[in-house]
Write a protein of this length. Sequence first.
Lengths: 427, 580
Amino acid sequence: VKAPAVASVGASRRAQQSTGVAALKKLLAPAASLRVTVVLFALSILLVFFGTLAQVDEGIFTVLHKYFRTGLAWIPLQIFVRFGQVFFGVPADAHLSGTFPFPGGWLLGGLLLVNLLAAHAVRFRLTWKRAGVLVLHTGLVILMLSEVVTGVFGTEGRMTIVEGGSSNYVEDPHVVELAVILPQDAKIDDVVAVPGPLLEKGGLIRNQDLPFDIEVAEYMRNSNEPQQGVEGANPATAGDGVKAVVTRRPEESGTDSRIDVPSAYLMFKKKDSGESLGTYLVSVWLSHPQKVRVGDKTYDIVLRFKRNYEPYTMHLIKFSHDVYPGTEIPKNFSSKVRVVDPDRGEDREVLISMNNPFQYGRGSVFSLGGETFYQADFLKDGSGTVLQVVKNPGWILPYISCTMVALGMLIHFGLNLVGFIQRSVAR
Amino acid sequence: MKFTPRQLIPAFVCLGAALFLTMKALPAGDPDKGMHLEAFSHTPVQDGGRIKPLDTFARTSLLIISGKEDFKDEDGTTQPAIRWLLDVMTSGKLFQMANAEQKDKFPLAGGKAKVFRIDNPQVRDLLGLEQRSGSRYALNEFADKMDDLEKEFHRVLKIDEKKRSAYDAKALETSRHVQLYGQIASWDKPEIVPPQSANGPWQNLQDSLLEARANRQDNSAFRSLGAMLIAYAGNDVESFNKELASYQRRLDERFAKDVNRSGVEFFFNHFEPFANCSWLYVGVFLLACVSWLGWSKELSLAALCLLGLTLLIHTWALGTRMYLQGRPPITNLYSSAVFVGWGAILLGLGMEVLFRNGLATACAAMIGFLTLRFAIFLGGSGDTLEMLQAVLDTNFWLATHVTCVAIGYLSTLFAGVLGIAYIILGVWTPALRDRSMAKTLGQMTYGVICFATLFSFTGTILGGIWADYSWGRFWGWDPKENGALLIVLWNALILHARWGGIVKQAGVAWLAVAGNMVVGWSWVGTNQLGVGLHAYGFNNTLAAGLVGFWAIHAAILGMGFWPRRLWKSFAPAAVPEPEA
């Protein structure tokens, strides 16, 4: 007598469950719509196009953060003027001010991810026909994740070493700092670092750790190389700036590999009286520190890229720059370096060249740590090397993703093609 | 077996094409009684970092200066580039001084050849030249204005590249052409004297001369070359030929490999395979079009055979370039155009076998013709087998990433041309009234877009992996990378729009046509941004060409928007006139 009742309860539960799933699917359906996908693709295409045009005026680093690694991008109308100038003969002095909002890379990427996941939630079926799509979409999700991992956890820096010299720090060419150094003894310095953004904000900088106050006369995000013997006004009254003048330069645009070289004119003031100690030119161009005397102490001041000290030391044995015979076309750059790492007990020589990077401290293919050194650039006179130092815990993800997507497409399109040919033959 | 004349059409077409190619391939040969200039042009020299025949050096130098690979002498006879090169090499200081001593012994013909192409009116004014058709001038015509030109050269060099006017850019260009002439006349270029020891450097004649004077060393190659030049200038046929024969005998012994390679390159230059292929593709296109009007079986077979034959030549040419350079097929914009054409033909051939309607043949032939003409245009800037910058010096990535991206370009273009065919056939002809025809065209477009998505995606990501491997940055958002990404996104958009039922046959065709504009942007357009805003001269032509390409596509897209009743294929059928 009871049995039918149980059965009916089970059935109704199943019905309830399936109505629950159906409701959820119904809820997700709009988010899973292919129309949404197409619209998101169209918006992504526009964003990538805008982000490309923007590089005529702005550096890649700026564009990256203004367009792609952001939720909302503000697109300047001037980029369309640039487009017109390159292709449609718009006069070189034309200008359009104003910006308009547009969904940025994080937002579009996130929405595409939601759309993709919703689509699979709603239409999930484990069949051969869908297998390819499933594999390739999983690969795409991994690719998007990898961009997030790189954006959030990855770091990039540069290590500059002169031939015969050593270095144990990596510079971040996008972050500048004013180091105020009180030399203690041969080994230890007392360093106070003023971050670049604070200098850029301008005004008076006052801090208990600083031996003096700093009044920013002018800050230049990018500057021309110091020139000696220039006529006209010179803001500097002391230090190296008395002899050489530095002028403002527009930010390096995306297609150049040059980096921005900041400079500033700073007036140092005594803390108690506010008496001027002189206006100094500080610049990343000037590699040697300048002396500032306050009371009985002499400080070294230098504007430099932010340094991250490493546990190892790299010693440049030789930098080579080969060209093709009879030309100035570069054939190869290479740096022969000695790595000394007391922590790991390593002391060995390696050769880093174009297309042959050096991976250091990376255990296996799947290890997340370690860094990679790439031959990036060299000092103008060939006296030293510039290595790009990258730490990216997500470096393996694109490899996995690429394999999965290509495989997925091969399966999906391959099955389609085979089916099509079979039908054709049958006819 | 008996054939009707109609059935023999394919055989006749192929025979005709083979005859045409043979005629083009046969070397002109040197006259018995004249100077052996053709033999001389085989001489290997070092220039731009590689060993090449003197012929290539002469052709590319003349091409840079005059925009053509031959020139007209004082009598108006067309002459090969090697003659111009010899004229210039025998017009320098040494020969001028000799002329001053022995009254007009040498003709100094280099300065008299009208080869400098100066088409900017302001530059002509600067040099005191009158406008003339062809805009080509001899150096002697403006030799007295050299100081003015040099002054302009130094002035323009100081101006930031982005701020140069069109005149500035052209004045600079003309100065550079005059400099190139000067380098050849003063024996600074090319490095023609082979190394005396096994691993020694190649030398130019100037250095060899100085060395010979300084330490009185006996450099037999230099002596021979000098003797040949003097014989040439003095029109001493017998001495020239004798000296050349003995020089080449000695070269053959020591530099067999370079001599062979130079010989192959000489034949390649002479045969001009890409130009020939481009014309044969026109033939294929016409045959395919005519086949839709009648005799379709024979004519479409003829088109297919001719396509196959031309593809053989195209493949041989591509392979020969790879042999000469020792590289995968694509190393610069020029070779990418050659490859895109080649791949499109191959793809078209495959599709023709599958669909048998002549459409794939016609579309492939059209892409083949246009890309080869584009390549030939790009070749105007100099040697197309140039050495690779250090970053690109990796055969593995060139073979994988670059090739995949190019296949992505060519298949996206192919889909676009099929889309154009759909719109044009639909609007102007009743061809698509045949439902199966419309359906086939739609299937073809869809298939090619799938193919394009696969390759453009794989190629783009491989590029990222190359970047990660070589400089630690998977994706840099730089213009060229973004261009490749745009193609992937565009193809993905088309596929998803089709799967979602948002577009049907006509919509896919329309989107595919727009895809061509995206390819134009990422293939050529992004490079224009790369050079910033100084889009003058050569680049200006490319930018203008791209704008033209976009305009044509925009017009076709506009046509695609016409209401269906205006499409000949979809308009309601006219009611037949009732018989009286």
